[in-house]
Ligand binder design. Structure first.
Ligand SMILES: CC(C)(COP(=O)(O)OP(=O)(O)OC[C@H]1O[C@@H](n2cnc3c(N)ncnc32)[C@H](O)[C@@H]1OP(=O)(O)O)[C@@H](O)C(=O)NCCC(=O)NCCS
Length: 490
């Protein structure tokens, strides 16, 4: 982008000679031609003669207008400033989407309806089952805390502690799932939100247990070392403002972790020195704006496209199905990009700023991914960090191969993706599970056959096309299961 001069600059330096050289082709030009040839034709001849004066025979005028040079689009030219073309792409994108926007408005009118959004969360204004579920989640956090407290003082053996944690963690997954499946008053959207809270709680308490266990192991090793070299002075750790095990076992510390924008527990999180009010305000405004935008785009753009896709699916009209899929890919992808920014930049930064949580690496440059592996390492850092720290590395340390450990992580991730979709929809189709597991062969194919920009394009393509395929599959099955069954019953 900064390469503004480039080849264009070198051309402009020579424009002064144009008027003179066009009119004359005499001895001076001939002399120059000879000199250019003498240089082997590799590069344009220098503008000055051997005495350092201006060109021979032209005084201070340069009579040449042609030089040995490549066209800008040739890769040999080394030209890389395509800023204008990028702007053109943006202008074209805005124009074509403005047309789509108008077409959509003419066809469907205004579909955005904030009241309808409320009905997605609540069936009955006097019954808030999802919120009740979220409040009950505290019980499991407190249970994990109490187990850790007893383990720290040796009131529980490690085996008994492990058993209690396993029961607690299993209940965290089973209890909300049972409620979501059995309770008729809970809506699918309310159910997704409650299950997400429970999934996050599961991952956090898993990490909480692991880190406290590691601390106990370190404490035991230190105690042995201390006993071996008794009399050596303490290292003065108490003078630091850091917390050491088991002083971290307080409700304040637990709840700081539960609300902090991370899934990995630490005794001493890095903290930012103060709350930046303007930064926080910007993030809050972004949250508000992008929430509205996402809801508007889903109601106005995605829902009608999905509804129009049902007939081709019913008739098994493949060409129309593909056409619908490609049509859905645009709003779906746009909403996903907005969702990414909304969640990973606006929301997590707002929470982090409020809590003075210092580590703001919630995402890395996944948009430059040239491989599927790079994408999964960089798009969702909280989940990737948890997977790597609490699942992948422990498996490697126990002697599993990298391939087995990676497959294990993707299996767990596939399970949670399916859990978050199937239970709220009360429909088990395994599309999300398959989509996640397909990442392993996909990663191999992309790394084997595509490199550089082609690899990057392949990653974008899988993101743009893969997601609407899964969305259409679920919506189609949900539609068939609920609406067609109802019509048949009527
Ligand atoms: C599975 C996954 C964790 C693998 O991560 P990866 O970075 O590709 O794995 P790598 O083999 O390159 O190494 C990861 C870490 O293990 C370490 N490691 C490698 N071999 C090791 C060994 N034998 N023993 C201990 N550690 C080892 C590496 O040093 C590296 O450490 P670092 O992260 O501190 O640098 C990652 O692909 C992932 O997070 N996948 C799931 C993502 C997901 O489901 N996200 C859901 C988002 S909605």
């Amino acid at each position: 982008m900064g390469d503004r001069g480039g080849a264009g600059g070198s051309r402009r330096r020579r424009t002064g000679s144009r008027a003179l050289s066009q009119g004359s082709g005499g001895p001076v030009a001939a002399e120059e031609e000879v000199r250019d040839m003498g240089a082997g034709g590799d590069a344009p001849a220098p503008d000055k003669d051997k005495d350092g004066d201006d060109d021979v025979g032209s005084g201070h005028w340069d009579l040449r207008c042609h030089h040995l040079q490549d066209s800008l689009f040739s890769s040999d030219s080394g030209f890389s400033n395509y800023r204008g073309i990028l702007n053109w792409c943006v202008v074209m994108l805005i124009l074509s989407n403005a047309r789509l926007f108008l077409e959509n408005l003419i066809k469907y009118g205004i579909l955005v309806d904030p009241i309808q959004v409320v009905s997605l969360f609540l069936k009955d204004p006097y019954s808030w089952p999802a919120l009740c579920l979220v409040i009950v989640a505290n019980v499991f956090a407190v249970a994990a805390f109490q187990v850790e407290k007893r383990l720290a003082v040796g009131a529980l053996t490690e085996q008994a502690g492990l058993l209690l944690h396993v029961v607690n963690l299993a209940t965290i997954l089973c209890f909300p799932a049972a409620v979501a499946l059995l309770l008729k008053s809970i809506t699918p959207v309310g159910s997704v939100l409650a299950l997400m809270v429970y999934t996050i709680l599961f991952l956090k308490l898993f990490s909480y247990r692991d880190v406290n266990l590691w601390c106990r192991e370190i404490r035991a090793t230190k105690a042995k070392a201390k006993a071996a070299s008794s009399g050596r002075a303490a290292n003065g750790g108490a003078a630091h403002c850091t917390v050491s095990y088991p002083d971290n076992l307080t409700y304040r510390d637990l709840y700081y972790f539960l609300f902090a924008p991370t899934l990995c527990y630490e005794l001493n999180f890095p903290r930012s020195p103060r709350i930046r009010k303007r930064f926080l305000l910007r993030r809050l405004l972004e949250m508000l704006f992008f929430t509205q935008l996402q809801v508007g785009l889903i109601q106005q753009w995605m829902v009608p496209t999905i509804q129009n896709s049902m007939k081709p699916f019913k008739d098994m009209d493949y060409s129309r199905i593909i056409e619908r899929l490609l049509k859905l890919a645009v709003p779906n992808h746009l909403i996903w990009l907005i969702f990414f920014y909304w969640l990973f930049h606006s929301c997590l930064n707002a929470v982090a700023e409020l809590m003075q949580f210092g580590d703001r690496e919630f995402y890395r440059d996944w948009w430059n991914s040239e491989s599927v592996t790079y994408f999964w390492q960089n798009w969702n850092i909280p989940v990737h960090k948890w997977c790597s720290r609490h699942f992948y590395k422990p498996m490697l340390r126990r002697g599993s191969s990298k391939w087995v450990a990676k497959t294990g992580v993707f299996l767990a991730s596939a399970f949670f993706h399916e859990y978050l979709v199937s239970i709220p929809l009360r429909m088990f189709r395994l599309w999300a599970f398959t989509g996640m597991m397909a990442q392993i062969p996909l990663a191999w194919i992309v790394s084997r056959f595509f490199r550089g920009n082609y690899g990057n394009a392949a990653v974008w393509l899988t993101l743009i096309i893969g997601q609407p395929v899964a969305v259409l599959m679920y919506v189609h099955d949900y539609y068939v299961l609920n609406h067609e069954a109802l019509t048949a019953g009527a």
